[in-house]
Ligand binder design. Structure first.
Ligand code: ZN
Ligand code: ZN
Length: 238
């Protein structure tokens, strides 16, 4: 945390209460570009430059990490725009739990900038919410983030192609060892993906258990490659 943190936290909290159009959502400075001023944008936390190409956790020389080499997950590659740290975590919480939908384009822009040079996917699948959560929240934050991806790909977004069948407990509410069991077989593809290169968009990746199960369902439906494009990655080893 730098010396500006209290000001920024105040800004974040203030941004929960009101729309500050043209102002930075973190420090409330005027003249923000896509919701963040230049100083706050350059101060955002960054992931280590070298990371595992499969799971996006730090790995010297961008080598596939031991965990992914030993037990390959069903997803093939993950790109994450930022670590799940302040102030990204506060903004994600405000989006999801504070219903600050105005934050979606700001956070989505961070992800879009990060994956701008990735190869084009055939289909983009926002990580689906469980039916009950979708009803209570009223929007899927992963879908809102996907809508900010490069315009040339927007017609590839398939928001209902993958179904989350069970109302599983929120992953964040469970200890890490219980997260895999919680999401096992929770996903069902509602169409075929034969031969397709699919991207799953999600806001946060922690253990990777949810992404693993979602990618497995897509591969059972014929997908040949599944990548994860994630806004914020928790730097945590299981
Ligand atoms: Zn700022
Ligand atoms: Zn890895």
């Amino acid at each position: 945390m730098n010396a500006n943190t209290p000001t920024r936290l105040a800004g974040t909290i203030a941004s929960l209460r009101s729309n500050w159009s043209g102002r930075c959502v973190l420090c409330l400075a005027r003249g923000a570009h896509h919701g963040l001023c230049a100083d706050c944008r350059s101060d955002l936390p960054r992931l280590p430059a070298e990371c595992c190409p499969v799971c996006a956790l730090p790995s010297p020389g961008n080598a596939t990490c031991g965990a992914c080499a030993t037990t390959a997950p069903s997803y093939d590659a993950v790109r994450a725009a930022a670590p799940y740290q302040f102030p990204i975590d506060a903004l994600v919480s405000a989006l999801k739990y504070g219903e600050r939908l105005a934050l979606a384009p700001i956070l989505g822009r961070l992800l879009a900038d990060h994956i701008a040079w990735e190869s084009a996917p055939d289909v983009i699948v926002p990580m689906p919410l469980a039916p009950l959560r979708m009803r209570t929240r009223g929007f899927n934050q992963a879908h809102e983030l996907a809508l900010v991806l490069p315009r040339r790909w927007l017609d590839r977004i398939a928001p209902t192609a993958l179904e989350r069948r069970r109302d599983t407990a929120p992953q964040a509410s469970l200890p890490v060892p219980e997260r895999s069991a919680n999401v096992r077989d929770a996903f069902l593809a509602r169409r075929r993906f034969d031969g397709l290169d699919v991207v799953i968009v999600d806001d946060v990746m922690t253990t990777g258990a949810t992404l693993h199960e979602a990618a497995a369902a897509l591969k059972r439906a014929g997908a040949v490659r599944v990548r994860g494009w994630i806004l914020a990655r928790t730097l945590l080893r299981e």
